[in-house]
Design a protein around this ligand. Structure first.
Ligand code: NDP
Length: 620
């Protein structure tokens, strides 16, 4: 496309040429496409199996196998499972068993305890059930220990420890037609029957390793960030990694996890080498302790209102002001419509302002304006790099050239500054990744960086087949395998039900709306499943199952939006959001999700519940 053809709206107010930026984005994207896609990564097994050991429990735990018949089994004790448990308790369900391979509740926050771990989404939005728990987070962006403790507190409050089954991995779930029960098999030889089963396997559960040549040859100390080895590094989630004072350390990866732990590594290690393939966009963090005066003013309903406000602003909508006082952002002036008003909502906010000034634009031109607002935001983020990082070459390499939501946006006030330390070196692989790992270290561009410790901040398996992520298959009616049914893509009704799998509920991103605050979607799904289970119990029903017609209709709804979602993500730099740049084959994290935005999705679920006749479900 000729440069001048891209935008039809006025761009003269911008201090950059959007056509140049567009070209740069495309060039940066193209050089990163790897033909293997997800195939570039390898499973954690063999020599690497200790990478997924649980360091937080005493080794050698044993127990007798369990035989039980339970009303509801929830697989997964992260926020999805906790929310399901909490809403089921509120609906009066007494017999609940939560199963998790971890040693406690917490899910992602149980496993990810790396130094600096923190939630990027405002805690007053992200942390679930705040009003039910009568809790206001200690700071605007919570650190991991507080979130883990909040998980544990939810489990205590809703009595979910009663039958909790930890250090237990589900190996198979199958439907027994005769007893109308699910049979849950585990690696501890349990045989647990359940009338209902809810699966909340989590999104970021299976750490992944790149298939770098020689990766199994490295002889030094090594681990994945999701199982941080404090015995080796010293310190804690708060940092102070004192054992690294005489160590040369390498970290591969510069995603959201790396951005948070690199400042601590840089502060502690004798030398730190950061191996980068794609830079993250790193905006201002601006954390602060919670203002007690603000917290004291919060009125009933504030939490849900703030959650909804955040997602609606992000989607470009106009949220309503809350009628009661006390929901305003700490620093913001009163009566702000964008309550959270941080780096997440910035571009959406400025697009809104730009659109207000130009009321007569076509739908296509409005899309252009939103793109330009995104470009402007990313330009500010790149300028921030230039203002902070002293070495010009390092600064240039740290500038992210893609749309803000192509990758998880990051926020930090010490990450970029870390590159000004004399002991820290950014090794930019110019989009190509590390060339080779040797017995001593890492090779890029023919240079070997010998290190004592090699840390993988290389993320998690996301976007692959559902059962490959969960680690077990689900066998429904007539021996129907979920793995088989969903091999070419998800197929559900409202994201929660799938034909052939009665009394079975899915939580997570399974043809649902993707929220930037994951707990919001999980909360809505948990409310929905509690509503359905309560109705089924009240109706003395044996089974509840979607009709094929309802499922087909929902798949149709999903497909009707898929093209516009895909059009955006095809332009993105590769990553798990867009199936590593290979869109179009119904894979990848965003493929098959509800593309018309969270508000609409939640309204569909709410209206359906309010209708009250369980339209689309067969109750027998
Ligand atoms: P990511 O998948 O985001 O990052 C993995 C990193 O490894 C990327 O920088 C990737 O580069 C790099 N990498 C992969 N292969 C190679 C290679 N061969 N050579 C060099 N580099 C390589 O994982 P994270 O653990 O950082 O984050 C995962 C998710 O966890 C986030 O997207 C976010 O959703 C969540 N998270 C959330 C937080 C929160 O605040 N709630 C905090 C931290 C994480 P490339 O980009 O080129 O693929």
């Amino acid at each position: 496309m000729a440069k001048t053809d891209i935008y039809t709206v006025d761009t003269s107010h911008l201090d950059f040429d959007p056509n140049d930026v567009w070209d740069k984005y495309a060039a940066e994207r193209d050089k990163r496409i790897i033909k293997e896609g997800f195939g570039q990564y390898q499973d954690i097994k063999g020599d690497f199996s200790n990478f997924i050991d649980d360091h937080y429990v005493e080794p050698g735990f044993t127990r007798d196998p369990i035989e039980d018949d339970v009303e509801v089994v929830i697989i997964g004790g992260g926020f999805g499972g906790l929310l399901a448990g909490a809403h089921l308790r509120q609906a009066g369900i007494k017999d609940i068993m939560v199963i998790d391979k971890a040693g406690d509740f917490g899910g992602t926050w149980y496993w990810n305890r790396y130094p600096g771990a923190q939630c990027d989404v405002e805690a007053y939005v992200y942390m679930p059930l705040l009003e039910e728990m009568d809790y206001v987070p200690k700071e605007r962006y919570s650190h991991a220990p507080e979130i883990l403790q909040h998980s544990i507190n939810i489990a205590k409050k809703f009595n979910l420890y009663e039958k909790a089954c930890f250090q237990t991995e589900v190996t198979k779930v199958h439907w027994d037609e005769e007893s109308n029960r699910w049979i849950i098999e585990t690696d501890r030889k349990d045989q647990i029957k359940a009338k209902f089963v809810a699966m909340s396997n989590g999104l970021l559960t299976r750490p992944k390793l790149p298939g770098i040549k020689g990766i199994d040859k490295y002889k030094g100390h090594t681990f994945h960030t999701s199982r941080w080895d404090y015995d080796y590094t010293g310190g804690s989630s708060e940092g102070d990694l004192s054992n690294l004072a005489d160590k040369r350390v390498a970290i591969i990866g510069t995603g959201a996890t790396a951005v948070q732990c690199i400042p601590h590594l840089g502060a502690a290690a004798k030398e730190l080498f950061v191996f980068q393939r794609t830079p993250s966009s790193v905006d201002v963090r601006n954390n602060a302790p919670t203002n007690p005066e603000w917290a004291a003013k919060l009125q009933p309903g504030w939490h849900r209102h703030r959650m909804e406000n955040f997602e609606l602003v992000l989607a470009g909508g106009t949220p309503k002001k809350m009628k009661t006082a006390g929901t305003e952002n700490i620093e913001a002036a009163d009566k702000k419509i964008n309550e959270v008003d941080d780096g997440w909502t910035d571009a959406a906010n400025s697009a809104k302002k730009m659109l207000k000034q130009r009321p007569k634009l076509s739908a296509e031109q409005k899309k252009e304006v939103r793109e330009l607002a995104d470009m402007k935001k990313m330009q500010e983020i790149r300028d921030r790099v230039g203002n902070i990082v002293e070495d010009q070459k390092t600064a240039d390499a740290l500038k992210a050239y893609y749309w803000q939501f192509c990758k998880r946006p990051c926020f930090h006030d010490e990450y970029l500054q870390t590159y000004n330390r004399p002991n820290v070196t950014l090794v930019d692989t110019k989009g190509q990744g590390v060339d080779e790992v040797t017995a001593n270290g890492v090779i890029v561009d023919g240079v070997e960086y010998a290190v004592d410790c090699l840390i993988f901040a290389t993320g998690f398996e996301v976007g692959s087949n559902y059962t490959s992520q969960s680690g077990y298959d689900v066998i429904g009616r007539d021996s129907l395998s979920l793995k088989e049914k969903w091999k070419d893509g998800l197929s559900t009704f409202h994201g929660l039900f799938s034909k052939g799998f009665p009394n079975c509920f899915f939580l997570g991103f399974t043809q649902t709306a993707v929220t930037q605050s994951v707990t919001h979607t999980l909360d809505e799904q948990a409310q929905h499943l509690a509503y359905v289970i309560k109705h089924a119990i009240n109706a003395d029903a044996t089974t509840v199952e979607t009709t094929q017609a309802a499922e087909n209709d929902w798949v149709g709804v999903i497909n009707s939006h898929s093209e516009s979602v895909e059009q955006h993500y095809i332009k993105c730099t590769p990553g798990y959001y867009n199936n590593e740049g290979k869109t179009g084959n119904n894979n990848g994290f965003l493929a098959g999700q509800f593309g018309a935005g969270p508000e609409k999705f939640f309204r569909i679920l709410k209206d359906w519940r309010e209708e009250g006749n369980l339209q689309g479900l067969e109750i027998e």
